[in-house]
Design a binder for this molecule. Sequence first.
Ligand code: KG4
Ligand code: ZN
Length: 349
Amino acid sequence: MRLLGIETSCDETGLALYDEARGLLAQRLHSQVDMHRAYGGVVPELASRDHIRRVLPLLDECLEEVRLGREAIDGIAVTTGPGLAGALLVGASIGHALGLALGRPVVGVHHLEGHLLSPLLADPAPAFPFVALLVSGGHTQLMRVDGFGDYRLLGETVDDAAGEAFDKTAQLLGLGYPGGPAVSRLADSGRPGAFSFPRPMLHSGNLDFSFSGLKTAVLTAVRRIEVTCEQARADVARAFVDAVVDVLAAKSRAALRATQLARLVVAGGVGANRQLRARLGTASAAEGFELFFPPLDLCTDNGAMIARAGLVRLRAGQRSGPGFSVHPRWPLEQAAGSDAGRAAGGAAG
Ligand code: KG4
Ligand code: ZN
């Protein structure tokens, strides 16, 4: 089965062709970052309008790359939530229209399930069960994953998401939007210990996170330094990254202990963070748990992860359309709760 994946939940238009037997055939991504930068964040109406312009040309580019026509698509997977309502509607409308025109099945995919299963696009892919650390711009969650569609929330942020904390820190340091990669790079030249930031909820005794206090600590530090001093800004970035990575690594290891599992999967935009990868890599070697990341370019939003998750759901007989709706707010357990995913069953890979 050859699947088309469409992702338009936020500020990235992602299209991908995924072949059940051969893996990822082609993918295209258009980031709207340049368009939103002037506003310091995503402007929903602009995002929707840009997705409308991009989806079909990106699809044609994918098909041209593998010299196939639209009729070669056997099924369509499209993100139907959570995300920006207007942006989701663009992908969902085009996906369902294509399905109708081509006479192919369409399935709606939960954006976070896409992230969660994105490490399956790597080689080697993790086997079930595993603990997943999902760290994106909108979510920070630890989940226990026992199989397709079988997800249990272990803990999550009570306020800001980790990616959001990176983006806000970037803004405070004058690094622009979105800030994750820029903060990470600046932190490299920061001196460890020059600033000491709190590790929120590190000893809370549960698997929840909180990042809003850290943001306040960054704000206070930025007010104290000379903002033109590159070294001082780097020191703040370093203290911030050290604090976030400490908390994410400690809670992930606590989740492994609590579940007695020895396999950790990290997904979502912050999963691209070099310092986090390094810290967890060291812990994995020292403590003997297996560690999996999606390929670097599949950590942030993309169509391939939507196609991969959609494959599971289509194989389980799930269908959407011709009528459809989108779900801007949509807890993952609700999407997964049906045993459609589980019916697809079997080992990951
Ligand atoms: O998963 P994603 O692409 O979108 C959401 O579903 O939210 O994640 C985007 C987030 C942004 O907050 C961005 O700053 C962060 O991921 N991010 C990073 C890095 N690359 C992206 N944060 C830290 N280090 C990175 N290298
Ligand atoms: Zn995402």
